[in-house]
Design a protein around this ligand. Structure first.
Ligand code: ATP
Ligand code: MG
Length: 778
């Protein structure tokens, strides 16, 4: 007889319950998509607090994205409000949090700034002399991989990343330089906490005392460094539970090690394994389709998974002539469904393999006024003006930040040339080694301070360079005063003088420029006043307005947007650090807010853990998805990505494939994705011309320049007559590129197959062969 369980556990199946109630030995939950792994974790958090009297602060739960972390917190809070106090973060955001508090054991200043990939490349470029940009980027990539694998420059195993000894040297110099600057890159957010926990047993003990329970979602995509972090955090008393699905491991290219999950029982002796075999998310046809493809992978554990939801709509596979028809097809499908009130925009997600593919959808959706949001795109924060503003802010918190300094010290051009900048950098590092003799230290005693070094070289500069540098320095100083709350426009100022476009600005020494277009930026509460003040005083706002007559206003709007985002953070150094950290770690946050009912545009990689009632997977062509000509393990990874994408769908799944696509600026013919061949033919309903032997493809004698698609799947009226090839039924609405909208009015069997009669809105009746598929589709 089952023990009495709290009511909120009753909705779980027996295996899920077992996993939630489990305690003691390490636990591995190994299960397929949609089987409730994440639900087990959230329920477990609530259960531990509510029924086991656990302090929420002693629970650490790690997920893959910030969005997932927020969702997890929301879900757990529904059962137990105190779950909000548990620590739910991504590995990276946990690492940042850890290092701010404990980085000092490694000599790291708590006000470090997190370098993104571009910053790393910029810094490396200064170290790699005359190497090409491509080489620098490649090296940056290798360094990131090395850190994922927890390898130092002197590690013998570094050879698995790159065997050239020059790489070791560059990596070592990069590390040295980062240490001097006092910033960290993404890899450091994982690697350095492990190092800190290893050098300081007291610290390790403190953390083991604090976090009694550690839960990890999406464990199949953790890398070696993350595994080391988990190990370092776990003491003999720590309860650890990881969940994952080997079929959903899609980040190998970023150092994820599926071995982490496969070898978990060896690394954590005594591990118990729970398997979940019921899928609650997708209907059976969707699950069948997804499984039929991933079944082609060799290196997999193989798990049972059956749909609890049972039968449903057969997935649709649409062969389209080109990407313009693809975006139109998606827009049409979504538009019709929403106007027919069978779904909301937010039910829909359009999935694609690469970020760049979003543009076509964005353009078409804008044109048709279909609300959408792009998830996980770095667009906003990658814009030049935004990066400039962020560089200024980074420099403000860390005057040793050479990359930020180089980016903005002479922007707009103030006569501070490259040679001067080099001199300042040299001066700063000389200062670093001058010990505490006073000479090398800035006012606040920070080693390597570039602002202080700038002041030291001022007197030896030309009048122009001196004036320019002074402008820059006083802008930074002004903002710093504001930040520390000493000057006018402090925390309680609420949009006061600093935000006022009329406020005393540090004018260019040339005096009034021809255009007095002081950009009208408004600062308000919190940190925004400081942001506005800084971008105005440093001339960044004016620069962008003047620089690009057409895009200028948009750029100002983006800077304003950044200031708006900053207003959510408290004025002051702490708030600024928090803000920068969020920008780095959660770049998708902007897109998430605002529109409520919107279509989601998202890369396949970003869909991890999410679910949508209706999903369209696009670009199923060789070279697009799978990307390039992947083979072996890489191809298996792409196949898992297909599995992840397809299993996001709850009720309806559509797949599109184009006969040609614009790649590298040229329209090229494409081949259907290999994965489409792997789908069992009767698992899909096909629209359009299938370019290979999926269905009988006799050549239709009809006019092949025309074409049409049913743009609403399913009949309008109840029982409909179906064509013998199953493609059409009376009542299907269609769109034809020459005739416009219409509906199938009759079907009869002709000598060449089914003949479809369509009545168009214009009043025309036209007969087509069922196989009329065409090169011009819509
Ligand atoms: P993925 O592998 O994609 O991350 P998952 O295994 O984490 O999936 P969840 O997201 O936890 O799966 O659950 C999938 C869906 O099934 C969710 O909507 C969840 O609420 C629902 N679900 C899970 N377990 C049950 C259950 N016992 N009864 C009803 N619904 C459930
Ligand atoms: Mg999940």
């Amino acid at each position: 007889p089952a023990a009495q369980v709290p009511p909120y556990l009753e909705t779980l199946n027996p295996e899920q319950q077992e996993a939630v109630l489990h305690s003691g030995s390490p636990l591995l939950i190994l299960a397929g998509a949609g089987s409730g792994k994440t639900r087990v974790i959230t329920t477990k958090i609530a259960y531990l607090i509510r029924d086991r009297g656990m302090d929420p602060r002693s629970i650490l739960a790690v997920t893959f994205t910030n969005k997932a972390a927020r969702e997890m917190a929301d879900r757990a809070r529904i059962i137990e409000p105190r779950a909000g106090d548990a620590m739910l973060r991504t590995f990276h955001s946990f690492g940042a949090w850890f290092l701010r508090r404990n980085g000092s054991v490694l000599g790291l200043n708590p006000s470090f700034v997190i370098y993104d990939d571009d910053d790393t490349v910029s810094l490396l470029a200064t170290l790699m002399g005359d190497s090409s940009r491509a080489e620098v980027k490649h090296t940056a990539h290798l360094i990131a991989r090395a850190k994922d694998y927890f390898l130092n420059p002197d590690d013998p195993e570094l050879d698995i990343i790159e065997h050239r000894s020059s790489f070791r040297k560059t990596y070592a110099r990069y590390e040295e330089r980062m240490l001097q600057i006092g910033n960290v890159d993404f890899g450091d957010l994982i690697k350095k906490p492990v190092e800190a926990l290893r050098v300081s047993p007291e610290l390790a003990q403190r953390f083991r005392d604090r976090f009694r329970v550690i839960l990890v979602d999406e464990y199949q995509d953790s890398n070696v460094a993350q595994f080391e972090l988990l190990k370092a955090l776990c003491g003999p008393e720590t309860y650890v539970c990881v969940v994952g699905d080997d079929d959903q491991s899609i980040y190998r290219f970023r150092g994820a090690e599926v071995r982490n999950i496969l070898e978990f029982p060896d690394r954590f002796p005594g591990t118990e394994i729970v398997r979940l075999e019921r899928n609650y998310r997708s209907t059976a046809p969707i699950l069948d389709l997804a499984s039929s493809v991933v079944d082609h992978n060799e290196g997999r554990l193989g798990k049972k998974l059956r749909s609890e939801r049972g039968p449903g709509k057969t997935p649709t596979l649409a062969f389209l002539p080109d990407q313009d028809s693809e975006v139109a097809f998606c827009a049409e499908l979504i538009g019709q469904s929403v106007s027919g009130k069978t779904s909301r925009y937010s039910d829909w997600a359009v999935l694609y393999r690469t970020n760049a593919q979003s543009l076509g959808f964005e353009t078409e959706f804008l044109r048709r006024r279909i609300p959408y949001r792009v998830v996980g795109s770095l667009k906003f924060y990658e814009r030049e003006e935004v990066k400039d503003a962020l560089a200024l802010l980074s420099f403000l918190v860390n005057p040793r930040d050479e990359v930020a300094f180089r980016r903005v010290v002479n922007k707009p051009a103030r006569g501070v040339g490259a040679a001067t900048v080099d001199r300042i950098v040299l001066e700063a590092s000389a200062g670093m080694f001058a010990g505490d003799g006073g000479l090398g230290l800035s006012q606040d005693g920070l080693e390597g301070d570039l602002a202080a070094a700038s002041r030291r070289v001022l007197s030896s500069l030309s009048a122009k360079a001196k004036a320019g540098l002074e402008t820059f320095l006083s802008a930074v100083e002004g903002a710093r005063t504001l930040l520390s709350g000493d000057g006018p426009g402090g925390e309680d100022d609420g949009g006061g003088s600093a935000s006022d476009p009329e406020s005393p600005k540090t004018k260019s020494k040339k005096g009034g420029k021809k255009k007095e277009a002081a950009p009208d930026l408004r600062g308000g509460v919190g940190l925004s006043a400081c942001v506005v003040r800084l971008v105005q005083d440093a001339g960044i706002a004016e620069y962008h307005l003047a620089h690009d007559e057409i895009a200028g206003n948009q750029r100002i709007a983006n800077l304003q947007e950044l200031a708006n985002a900053a207003s959510l953070y408290p004025a002051g150094e702490e708030g600024l650090l928090e803000f920068l950290e969020h920008v780095e770690l959660d770049r998708s946050m902007e897109q998430d807010e605002g529109v409520d009912d919107a279509v989601t545009l998202i890369t396949l990689h970003n869909t991890k853990g999410l679910e949508f009632p209706r999903v369209i997977m696009t670009g199923l062509e060789q070279g697009v998805f799978p990307r390039d000509d992947k083979k072996g393990d890489d191809l298996e990874e792409e196949r898992r990505l297909f599995y992840v994408g397809a299993t996001r769908a709850m009720d309806e799944l559509y797949i599109t494939s184009c006969a040609q696509r614009r790649l590298f600026g040229r329209t090229q013919p494409t081949q259907p994705s290999l994965f489409l061949h792997e789908i069992t033919p009767d698992a899909v309903r096909i629209i359009g011309s299938c370019p290979y032997g999926f269905t009988p493809t006799e050549q239709p004698p009809a006019d092949r320049s025309s074409g049409m698609v049913p743009n609403r799947s399913g009949p309008i009226n109840g029982q409909a007559k179906r064509s013998s090839d199953g493609r059409w039924q009376v009542g299907d609405r269609v769109f034809h590129d020459d005739y416009g909208y219409g509906a199938v009015t009759n079907i009869r069997e002709g000598d060449d197959g089914p003949v479809i009669q369509v009545g168009f809105e214009t009043g025309r009746e036209v007969r087509f062969l069922s196989e009329f598929q065409s090169s011009r589709f819509m």
